[in-house]
Design a protein around this ligand. Structure first.
Ligand code: NDP
Length: 448
């Protein structure tokens, strides 16, 4: 762990004291604070106005009961969350996660990261995040619908196109957004597409939103490779997960000339040395909602490794796209030892602090999630623009906008890292660049 500036250390201790037990939130805060020492030296006004202390305290946190009935008529109770972290740059914006591991500490880590990520996109969006400990796995469509309706029955009163605009995340895709949008419309009697993003294409959605996070992360890695006079051509790649982000990361890697040989889920790893068959993965995951273990029934030469560790497989590019803390210090050391030259995080905070240190010390190209996976939320903001203008853009036009945004984010992080004397350190670049814009807006808005 880098040594914190003395004043910043005090702030971090206060965060620990005020938010006991929220370990993922502590980790996300520390990772940003470690970068801010040189910033407060240049900008003493941030200290005077307690900008850092204020940023670490969400503007509003909503926790609510979500009662629903399963197909057998049995009453179920889940817990719902929405953390509206910062509206300094625009309405709260960030996804909803449905996963049994969800609790306040996870939603706060995600919401905190979202503030800086959204700032990096250059678009007018604040930071927020929400979700529930509901597990959509193994539930019928009707059960998911009843849950989503109950969830939205409470959440709707906190949302609005100028207030708070959720999207998807783990366990929340097009199906869930559809049920939530339907319930919002019914309760409010308003057809308000700007209230949720990730909508279906015939009812206010944007082309490229489904692909955006994976495509964007791959564009970001492509820029890191270009900065090192390299490219994706013939690179062997690993992508963890097999959900939305993983699928479209694999697709863009293949389009850019790389070869992705492995992906995973929480049960195991698929290794296919000749290159993954993405059409089959899409069929299994997006159409039939099955597990990736079924992949080997079609491709006999591929291997399914139950409980395997994908990071043990040698590669040149690794793109973690499943969940937080999936790469620990040992995994990171393994990746570097096996010849990995670039890591781009499609997932949020997938690398532990020990792992991050390994990547930074090895000076490989390491793109942290808040920069590399910002393409998802950026395209959500493009969806909001289309909704506001009652317009819909072509795939090519929207994808080009996404690519330009990712190129810009890369350049800003790269140049900020150089300006602060840490060339090639995208962690520092992303944290400082994301923070300064939010901090300046907070100074301008006064003490609120
Ligand atoms: P999905 O629900 O579509 O897919 C998640 C994938 O990750 C699944 O393959 C899942 O496997 C795996 N996974 C989830 N939790 C675990 C776990 N605890 N251990 C191992 N594997 C796990 O989610 P997304 O693809 O949307 O999200 C993936 C990551 O990307 C998350 O970190 C999310 O925050 C981040 N992200 C997503 C954005 C988006 O636009 N969707 C935007 C920016 C970041 P299984 O089916 O077995 O659970």
């Amino acid at each position: 762990m880098a040594k914190l500036d003395e004043k910043i250390e005090e702030m971090y201790q206060e965060v620990l004291k005020r938010n006991p037990g929220e370990t993922e939130f502590h980790q996300a805060v520390l990772e940003v604070l470690e970068s801010l020492g040189p910033v407060v030296v240049k900008h003493p006004e941030y200290l005077e106005r307690k900008i850092i202390e204020r940023i670490c305290e969400p503007e509003r946190q909503i926790i609510f009961r979500v009662p629903w009935q399963n197909d057998k008529g049995k009453v179920q109770i889940n817990r719902g969350f929405r953390v509206e972290f910062s509206s300094a740059l625009g309405p709260y914006k960030g996804g909803l996660r449905f996963h049994p591991s969800v609790y306040l500490g996870i939603i706060k880590f995600l919401g905190f990261e979202q503030i800086f990520k959204n700032s990096l996109t250059g678009l007018p969006i604040g930071g927020g995040k929400g979700g529930s400990d509901f597990d959509p796995k193994g539930k019928t469509d009707d059960e998911v619908m009843r849950f989503c309706q109950s969830f939205m029955t409470e959440l709707h009163r906190h949302l609005g196109e100028h207030t708070d605009v959720p999207a998807g995340d783990i366990g929340v895709g097009g199906r869930e957004i559809g049920y939530m949008f339907g319930q919002y419309k019914r309760i409010t009697n308003r057809y308000e597409p700007g209230v949720l993003t990730g909508k279906g294409l015939t009812w206010g959605g944007s082309l490229v939103r489904t692909e955006a996070t994976g495509y964007g992360a791959t564009f970001f890695v492509n820029e890191m490779l270009k900065a090192r006079k390299d490219s994706f051509a013939d690179k062997t790649c690993l992508v963890s997960g097999s959900g939305n982000v993983a699928i479209y990361t694999i697709e863009k890697i293949h389009q850019l000339g790389g070869k992705c040989i492995a992906c995973s889920d929480s049960n195991g790893v698929i290794l296919h040395e000749k290159g993954l068959d993405l059409d089959l993965i899409k069929q299994l995951k997006e159409v039939e909602r099955r597990r990736i273990s079924d992949y080997v029934a079609i491709h006999k030469e591929a291997k399914y490794i139950p409980n395997g560790n994908i990071w043990d497989i040698p590669c040149q590019v690794a793109m973690p796209s499943a969940t937080q803390n999936e790469i620990n210090g040992k995994d990171a050391a393994n990746l570097v030892k096996n010849g990995c030259i670039a890591v781009g995080e499609g997932a949020n905070m997938p690398t532990t602090p020990e792992g991050v240190k390994v990547f930074l010390d090895a000076k490989i190209a390491y793109g942290p999630g808040k920069a590399a996976n910002a393409g998802g939320v950026a395209t959500s903001a493009l969806e909001m623009q289309q909704n506001a203008g009652r317009d819909s853009w072509t795939f090519e036009y929207t994808e080009k906008k996404l690519e330009d945004i990712m190129i810009n984010i890369h350049r800003n992080c790269y140049e900020t890292a150089e300006e602060y004397g840490a060339p090639g350190n995208y962690v520092l670049g992303a944290n400082i660049c994301g923070f300064i814009k939010v901090a300046n807006a907070m100074v301008a808005h006064g003490l609120i």
